[in-house]
Write a protein that binds this ligand. Structure first.
Ligand SMILES: [Mn+2]
Length: 372
């Protein structure tokens, strides 16, 4: 009996604005389409039976008609090669009245199915002896595989979900969940997951369960490559799941301790060595006090380095300041009070909000102290 070959992708986020990339945002938006077309090429050249899209194909439930047209064109290439496409709506491209999956945009494709219901429903794929189970994100916050067990009628049983995997103490709530227990008992050969933007193996028992991560990076991270998963199911053996890089760009946030770097010349040399026109780099410098940094011409440094990257943003943070620098100011002095208020602002904040609060502290300090 022949096996089953699948290509699994998710979180393509076509149409995302990428405001954090500034003037490069539009270029990266275009790249997402080019990368999606590479995914289609790969599905054809690897001769898969079906492409699984586990949610967030589009960044919005109402993408531009031109963009939808381009996606239909790409998916038609699969259809005419006899390759199935199976889609679940995600959290970004959720099922909404008048949304992209409600209209007839995909109805011209014979070998395409969108799981529009908010309940697990099977879809029998003609000619492949395959049942695919999937559902649209319903926002009920429950473990959607709890009590679910795929029937044994078809030879192959595959699931497609846009959900968070419960990690006790870390991830316990989301619009839709699956868990170690429920995945372990679902009787699926493969569960294609989307929603988390990095690749991961969450297999349980006899079910291989994976997040594919996005085919092209979407946010600043550790510089991972965008990829898709090639899944091979063979009777009597475990699923073979192989990541295949398809992304062009990498996005990396780097935290540097200015004290270890030395000075501006060393920083310049360090970043120059990382030069890559397909790398979006965010550099966060900590502990920027000391004589060697006083004369640093930041604008010039940034101007010289920026053309070496797809995108470059440099940020200075006071978070790594030696405590005595801050404690040196009497609590009742203007600077002392400012630091106290700024620290209260920073407490409990994280991510971009923390960066903004820290930047406010840094700017305020440099005005009040006259230090750069
Ligand atoms: Mn997503």
């Amino acid at each position: 009996m022949a096996g089953l070959r699948l290509l699994h992708t998710a979180d393509v986020h076509l149409g995302a604005p990428f405001g954090f990339l500034g003037r490069r945002g539009r270029e990266h938006r275009e790249q997402l389409k080019a990368t999606f077309s590479r995914v289609i090429d790969l599905a054809i050249t690897s001769q898969v039976d079906a492409l699984l899209i586990a949610g967030d194909l589009f960044h919005s439930p109402y993408p531009q008609p031109g963009l939808v047209g381009e996606v239909v064109y790409q998916l038609r290439r699969l259809d005419s090669e006899g390759i199935w496409t199976l889609i679940v709506p995600g959290t970004h491209d959720r099922m909404l009245p008048g949304g992209v999956y409600e209209g007839g945009d995909f109805s011209s494709l014979a070998r395409l199915h969108v799981f529009r219901d908010g309940e697990m429903a099977p879809f029998s794929v003609g000619g492949l002896d395959l049942d695919v189970y999937g559902m649209a994100v319903n926002g009920e916050g429950r473990d959607v595989l709890s009590g679910f067990r795929a029937g044994d009628a078809a030879r192959w049983r595959v699931g497609l979900l846009h959900a968070s995997f419960v990690l006790p103490g870390k991830v316990e709530r989301d619009e839709m969940l699956v868990s170690a227990g429920s995945v372990g008992g679902c009787n699926l050969h493969y569960l294609a997951l989307g929603h988390w933007h990095s690749q991961g193996d969450y297999s349980q028992g006899n079910t291989a369960a994976f997040y594919s991560g996005p085919p092209e990076p979407l946010e600043m991270g550790r510089g991972e490559e965008g990829s898709v998963l090639l899944v091979e199911l063979e009777e009597g053996s475990a699923a073979a799941v192989k990541p295949i890089p398809v992304g062009r760009r990498r996005m990396c946030r780097l935290e540097l301790d200015a004290g270890r770097i030395g000075g501006p010349a060393e920083l310049y040399a360090y970043l120059r060595r990382m030069s890559d026109r397909d790398l979006a780099l965010e550099v966060r410098l900590e502990g920027l006090w000391g004589e060697e940094w006083v004369a640093c011409e930041w604008d010039m440094l940034e101007e010289e380095l920026t053309p070496l990257f797809f995108h470059l943003r440099m940020e200075c943070s006071p978070a790594g300041l030696a405590a005595h620098d801050l404690e040196a100011y009497a609590e009742k002095s203007v600077i002392g009070r400012f630091i106290r208020i700024a620290r209260e602002e920073m407490a409990g904040k994280e991510g971009e909000e923390l960066h903004i609060a820290e930047e406010a502290l840094r700017l305020g300090l440099s005005h009040l102290t006259g230090r750069p």
